[in-house]
Design a protein around this ligand. Structure first.
Ligand SMILES: [Zn+2]
Length: 77
């Protein structure tokens, strides 16, 4: 691993999925142990207080960039 001093801001892609559901992740948090967790806007909102209590840091937050679509998708999978 390269350590360039400054941590580059990475972008979440469609391949980055929420830790709790199959939705695309828009927030990445890093736990105190260094483990990163990905969240969709919905689950991040649910767990935000818990994550803060655990001392997690937000590394990526793309909620503002990605408008929440209120599209209904047929249940499947
Ligand atoms: Zn989710």
């Amino acid at each position: 691993m390269k350590a360039s001093g400054k941590e580059p801001t990475r972008t979440l892609t469609t391949a980055d999925l929420c830790h709790s559901c199959p939705a695309r992740a828009v927030v990445e948090t890093v736990m105190v142990q260094g483990r990163s967790l990905l969240w969709c806007a919905h689950h991040f909102a649910l767990f935000e207080n818990v994550l803060k209590a655990l001392g997690a840091t937000i590394r990526v937050d793309e909620r503002r960039r990605e408008p929440i679509l209120q599209k209904t998708t047929p249940a499947g999978g």
